[in-house]
Design a protein around this ligand. Structure first.
Ligand code: MN
Length: 259
């Protein structure tokens, strides 16, 4: 059984989400062979050398899951793209490129964070190309901590202000970009997060039936996608219900199944 989550936006200011995630790690995730975290795991990340005690406790919790035998894969989101090798080593995670093609149940599947699918947001795509450039990344990682904190705050407030102004369809994925990238990677299943619009969409790629599974963000409830022999099950769960020993995922909440 494989679990996929994204967009937890973990931060010290949200003890409810943090608690729910630690419960998830200590409970349901222990039964998985692999856990995939597809970006925006942390609300903000300014560098592995600047880990707060809070972030270290999350790192230790991941490590404990990894040590129990669960393989953990981590992909960058637009909030935590500075997560680096030092964190992954300490947390026992493997960093994944965006996109990455994997095999689930013998079928090729494409994993992405999802921000790169929002191609109509040209200003963001430009900023993304700039921020993810190896030279920019090197400079960012070598700036003094105070400067990095200031920059991170500026980027977050600008992103919030702009998201409010942007039309709804600009901050969602570009419809034509989805089949294009799926065809490029030869998959009929795409899994991503970022848009906070959990759903299983049916579509056609190269005249074949295909699906796009969008993971949900953790805000008022948690979301996880489970992949097992039965297929794909995307379900929300209320915080506090996914406790240690719970053997049923998605207690009393939304569930979307797709074989
Ligand atoms: Mn995102």
């Amino acid at each position: 059984m494989i679990l996929l989550i994204s967009d937890l936006h973990l931060q010290e200011e949200r003890p409810d989400i943090t608690r729910a995630f630690l419960d998830f790690l200590a409970g349901r995730a222990r039964a998985a062979s692999a856990l995939y975290i597809l970006g925006d795991f942390f609300e903000a990340w300014i560098g592995d050398d600047a880990m707060t005690p809070y972030q270290q406790s999350i790192c230790a919790a991941l490590r404990s899951l990894a040590d129990s035998g669960v393989t953990i894969f981590l992909m960058h989101g637009n909030r935590d793209f500075l997560l680096g090798k030092a964190f992954c080593k300490a947390a026992g995670c493997t960093l994944l490129e965006d996109p990455t093609r994997v095999d689930f149940n013998g079928q090729p599947v494409l994993l992405m964070h999802g921000d790169s699918l929002c191609t109509r947001d040209e200003a963001y795509m430009r900023l993304r190309r700039y921020l993810r450039h190896p030279i920019t990344l090197w400079i960012l990682r070598h700036l003094p901590l105070r400067t990095r904190h200031k920059l991170a705050r500026k980027l977050r407030s600008e992103s919030k202000a702009q998201t409010r102004m942007k039309a709804n369809d600009i901050v969602d994925v570009t419809a034509e970009e989805v089949p294009r990238i799926m065809q490029q990677y030869g998959v009929d299943t795409l899994i991503h997060g970022h848009t906070h619009r959990p759903a299983i969409h049916k579509l056609t790629v190269a005249d074949q039936p295909a699906r796009r599974i969008v993971l949900g963000d953790w805000d008022r409830q948690g979301w996880a996608l489970q992949v097992d022999e039965q297929g794909y099950s995307l379900a929300a769960f209320d915080f506090g219900t996914d406790v240690i020993g719970a053997d049923r995922p998605g207690i009393g909440s939304t569930e979307i199944r797709n074989g």
